[in-house]
Design a protein around this ligand. Structure first.
Ligand code: ATP
Length: 360
């Protein structure tokens, strides 16, 4: 158990600044997910916390204790690497047991613990094999088991579910949640999978190009993204972004072929920002698609349909733009047909096109 504080962390590799002036305060026992695209600096941040990279500037504290000069082995963290880092000559059993053997835990206790975690992650039948006799997903589960056999101050996990198939990944997500609840330990977890972040995290820190974009609960990150990057990175299909201008005494937004009235707070926000152009953001689930027009709807034409079983994704032409909309699977209209979009105005997002910052 530990509170992890990262202060003004900067890490460079030659001309590349991997992490820039990064600040993060992870509460004791929190499940914090660091989310960002490939190359954002997530692994580098995690490695700095583990002591495997030496930052150019900044500090890492565990419970207020400065860790910068503490050797990695003495930081009491369990690290699950993206690359598994299993001992090739040891069996799965020996790999999982190694952190306990290093601590001179009695054999019977080791045996019970190894079998318990192997059972949890469904790899009991693999205990006598060696890493090269395992699939990528199996190796990944062995690496997770090895981290789980003891209770470190902090769990550091670098995309530990990437090599699993979809079903197993969902199952392992649940296991990780149980593990977090059972172990009462701080989890610092890295992923580029926004769904994984939303489902696992107490709070999400979104990183892009080494710079922290936003840190908040999954709900707030989803509902109140602070800029276009966060808004677009989270949510699938991605948030619709429409460039538009103010019209009709500033009471509406307009672009080629459509006009949308907006509520008072949106108008006030645009006025306050002092901008004439704005980017309207609308999530695909915040648009109702219908064949009968209702007051205030935007007309469009169906361009394509992606059936996903439990829902359909419609692509609809609106002027020169394409808008993506989630509909129930029962809604069936053919490409080329005219449809109407009812935008939930209480859930629209507005961004300054120059700064990309949210203004609403
Ligand atoms: P991914 O999701 O692909 O693992 P990431 O967000 O974890 O990406 P990092 O691995 O931290 O990103 O890399 C951040 C940046 O630092 C990248 O531009 C990467 O090329 C660079 N980088 C990382 N490690 C090194 C290194 N050892 N030498 C040189 N550049 C590096």
């Amino acid at each position: 158990m530990a509170r992890v504080t990262i202060k003004e962390l900067t890490k460079r590799f030659g001309a590349v600044t991997a992490v820039s002036d990064f600040n993060l305060d992870i509460a004791d026992r929190e499940f914090l997910v660091l989310l960002g695209p490939s190359g954002a600096g997530k692994t580098t941040t995690l490695r700095c916390v583990a002591g495997l990279e030496k930052p150019e500037a900044g500090q890492v504290h565990f419970d207020g204790e400065l860790m910068n000069t503490v050797a990695p082995a003495l930081r009491d963290v369990a690290f699950v690497f993206q690359s598994y880092a299993l001992y090739p000559r040891k069996t799965v059993y020996e790999n999982i047991a190694s952190p306990l053997q290093a601590r001179k835990v009695p054999k019977s206790e080791i045996d019970a613990k190894v079998r318990e975690v192997a059972n949890k992650l469904h790899i009991e039948r693999l205990l006598t094999r060696r890493p090269q006799q395992l699939s990528g997903g199996e190796q990944q589960r062995v690496a997770l088991c090895r981290a789980m056999v003891r209770q470190p101050r902090v769990f550091l996990m670098d995309e530990p579910l990437t090599n699993l198939d979809f079903k197993l990944r969902v199952e392992m997500r649940t296991e990780l949640k149980h593990l977090h609840a059972d172990l009462d330990t701080t989890f610092f977890y890295v992923t580029n999978d926004q769904l994984e972040a939303l489902s696992l995290a107490d709070r999400i820190a979104v990183l892009n190009k080494g710079v922290l974009q936003q840190m908040d609960t999954p709900e707030n990150i989803y509902d109140h993204p602070v800029n276009r990057f966060v808004a677009s990175f989270i949510g699938s299909p991605t948030m619709n972004m429409l460039d538009c201008n103010l019209a009709g005494d500033d009471a509406a937004l307009t672009a080629e072929g459509w006009v949308l009235t907006i509520p008072g707070p949106a108008r006030d926000a645009i006025k306050k920002a002092g901008i004439g152009n704005v980017v309207l953001g609308v999530r695909p689930e915040d648009i109702a698609l219908r064949v009968q027009e209702q007051h205030g709807d935007l007309p469009g034409e169906v361009y394509a349909i992606e059936p996903l079983g439990d829902r359909n994704i419609y692509e609809v032409k609106l002027g020169t733009s394409i808008v993506r909309i989630k509909t129930p699977p029962t809604f069936m209209v053919q490409p080329g047909e005219r449809v109407y979009m009812g935008i939930n105005r209480q859930r629209i997002h507005l961004f300054d096109p120059k700064s990309d910052q949210a203004i609403l």
